[in-house]
Design a protein around this ligand. Sequence first.
Ligand code: TEU
Length: 545
Amino acid sequence: PPTPRWWHRATGYQVWPRSFRDSDGDGVGDIPGIVSRLDHLRDLGIGFIWLSPVYASPMVDAGYDISDYRAIAPEFGTMEDFDRLVAEARARDIGIVMDLVVNHTSDRHEWFRRAREDPGSPEHALYVWRDPAPDGGPPSDLGACFGGSAWTYVPEIGQYYLGYFSPAQPDLNWQNPDLRARIWDMMNWWLDKGIAGFRMDVISLIGKDVDAGRFEEGPDLHPFLREMHRETLAGRDVLTIGESWSVTRETALDYCGRDRDEIDMVFQFNHVKAGWDPEFGKFRPLPFDLARLKRVLFDWQETLSDDGWNALFWSNHDLPRHLSIWGDDGRFRRDCARSMATALHLLRGTPFVYQGEEIGMTNMAFERLDQLRDLETLGHWREQSAAGVSLEDFLAGANRNGRDNARTPVQWDAGPQAGFTEAEPWIEVNPNRVYINAAADRADPDGIFAHYRRLIALRRDLDIVCFGRTIPFLVDHPAIFAYARELDGARLSLVVNFGSDRVAVDLPEGLAAEGRCLIATHAPRHEASGRVELAPWESFAILAD
Ligand code: TEU
């Protein structure tokens, strides 16, 4: 096993502040709202919060467009509120992991304002500029992630700047040592405040070689990450998680191998991308295929079995609610939520819970364009409608996989705005708040929250959950998710019926024949051998030691 660190035993919880809890009646979640719900998170037992951006921002991309790295967005509160959040969380043994968004800033950042005014300024060199093509057009036909061209012309200075995500998010020029020094300074400033670490937004993009057309995992990525470690992280007991949509099993250890001195773990998306249509992308998801999903997850368990560490998640603010895309958000919602949690949380790695999943929140059925808020969805609609896609078809895809699904307000109670706000919320509350809400679920001793709490406690209490080797079983089975964990002769076995039909299955040898039932959705079971019949979304785990 690796040298134990605090985050090996911890479970993370992602707060996406805009929709967590509004304390001041403006319809937008805020930091005092988070403080007011810290007891909910302490009860759950989490070790740290990954806090999506709360920095000053025009909010074109919900805060992933920062206009001042050292200020809090007024709609989220003040720096005093933030300091109070850190202190109040610490009093409950919860660390605050900040979102570090340094591939780009907002186009309203002071640096960018100067950059576009004065091509001779040091700030100009903080961004990526290119001259027009000979015909006056953009330097390349690169498209931005959220639609349109990745290049925007600034007539006053006769140059284009790169905005890989959108024109409102100009890319920073990481090749410039002055830029890197400014980022290290800013990171140290936050770390000195006592935060628990950073989740690093699209970190795999910072080493890009623009002219070679190499964006993901470019030649300077790892030298820059090592420099970052040296200048900011070394000697501090903090957690770093790098987000990478491009990392593969071949490159994962370059980020988080023990001798790399870069980061602790990566958020990888191979299991997510495997479910997207190769041609039409996320807005036309493929039918769910459990075997495909398991293969990717088990492969990653293997890749990071001796070195490195997995970051485990089903959902985040960029993805649909997992019950809706991969599970059952109707009749068997409660059992599905509990069993999907078991399947993920007993793997090797650090699990992350996305706000609302601990009470089984689901996708929202949007009916009209004016209910949608996300610039990615709206940008893709502009492109796809121009290409002839009908609104109905587009909404069907957006309702499956669009980012607004995960961004509707957390449903605290059954009230008109789900206890999220007293005002008109910035995005509609899911009408299913009347039966899906924290108050109702927490009142149920067999509820989803209670189940997550047990899983999180198992990781805290049992070495085998943290450090056991993972042994997959029945990998090609279309409905059963099964694996064992093994440590010092002890064996933990887990069997999940990952579907809404009853299943009879012959459990293979190698799972524990009998043991103590650690957690179960239905009547406790003490054996994982022979032929078993499982109810829809039934799961259980037993420990033989
Ligand atoms: O996401 C990275 C990213 O690539 C996503 O935009 C992803 O590609 C998309 O949702 C899938 O279609 C990070 C943040 O998590 C996201 O919220 C930001 O919008 C993005 O970076 C830009 O900062």
